[in-house]
Design a protein around this ligand. Structure first.
Ligand SMILES: NC(=O)c1ccc[n+]([C@@H]2O[C@H](COP(=O)([O-])OP(=O)(O)OC[C@H]3O[C@@H](n4cnc5c(N)ncnc54)[C@H](O)[C@@H]3O)[C@@H](O)[C@H]2O)c1
Length: 259
């Protein structure tokens, strides 16, 4: 689809759009003709050409103001990509209640707040442009496979998967499609930070590569391409779907390479 301008005349808001997957989505949407706003708590890394609205997704009033400002400055809102999120390491014994509250507040309630304030704008746009209006949320392989040392993170992304389905049902008759993308381990600054904390970063990267049947990490652009597809008019009949971009990690069961 490179070179297509299928988002011409459409306006998009990308949360967490100043880094990694979100920045790749914002760049791709711009290339495809959309006007794009980035909502992030740190906007310095937002791609050139985007409108930045600084907000922390844990602050309901700040999210409302940022969403309203983005919609006002862009003129309307057709596309919400709800992508801001953080990681958390450990088994169920390792994190105290305040860490559970902090991560769920960002990863789950952050998406709730963003959608809550975007929906009035999205409904208005849907009335004018059927099929083109959508919410796409960044979920994770952690929602559908048991990964070690990711109890809290997995619970947060499991909630995002269920939330996606419930929202898709609630808003289908309003013309707002809702889907999510489930990346495997993606090569973003987040994973760079994770590897930086490992005792042996090279061995950790090799283990993450080997865990995905394709034998490598997923790129931010590959995840962005799936998100942009789900948000595009070509996906006008797609709602309530979770699209895996995980190098085969969820669906495949391979024999060892030498057998
Ligand atoms: N990288 C991976 O391997 C991977 C795999 C599966 C899912 N994901 C999901 O993809 C999404 C993006 O991850 P990434 O790898 O691009 O990470 P990243 O750290 O590169 O980018 C995340 C962005 O979200 C922003 N953000 C974080 N907390 C925020 C808050 N409270 N308010 C506003 N903005 C906030 C950060 O400032 C940053 O710009 C996350 O939801 C993550 O759970 C990532």
């Amino acid at each position: 689809m490179t070179g297509t301008r299928d988002f011409e005349g459409m306006n998009a808001l990308v949360t967490g759009g100043a880094s990694g997957i979100g920045a790749a989505v914002a760049t791709m949407l711009l290339e495809r003709g959309a006007r794009v706003a980035v909502l992030d708590r740190e906007t310095a890394g937002a791609p050139a050409g985007t409108l930045t609205v600084k907000a922390d997704v844990t602050d309901d009033a700040a999210v409302r103001d940022a969403v309203d400002r983005a919609a006002a400055e862009l003129g309307s809102l057709h596309t919400l990509v709800s992508n801001a999120g953080i990681g958390s390491i450990g088994s169920v014994e390792d994190n105290e209640d305040d860490e559970w509250t902090r991560v769920l507040d960002i990863n789950v309630l952050g998406m709730v707040r963003t959608a809550r304030h975007a929906l009035p704008h999205l409904r208005r746009a849907a009335a004018e442009r059927p099929g083109a209006v959508s919410i796409t949320q960044t979920c994770s392989i952690a929602a559908t496979a048991g990964l070690p040392q990711r109890a809290l993170y997995s619970a947060s992304k499991g909630a995002v998967l269920s939330l996606t389905l419930a929202m898709a049902a609630d808003h289908v008759r309003e013309g707002v499609r809702v889907n999510c993308v489930n990346p495997g381990t993606a090569d973003t600054p987040w994973i760079g930070r994770l590897l930086g904390q490992a005792e042996d970063p090279a061995a950790e990267r090799a283990a993450l590569n080997a865990r995905q049947p394709l034998g490598r990490l997923v790129s931010a652009d590959e995840v962005a391409a799936a998100i942009v597809y789900l948000a595009s008019p070509a996906a006008a009949s797609v709602t309530g779907t979770a699209l895996a971009v995980d190098g085969g990690m969820q669906g495949l069961r391979l024999r060892p390479a030498d057998s």
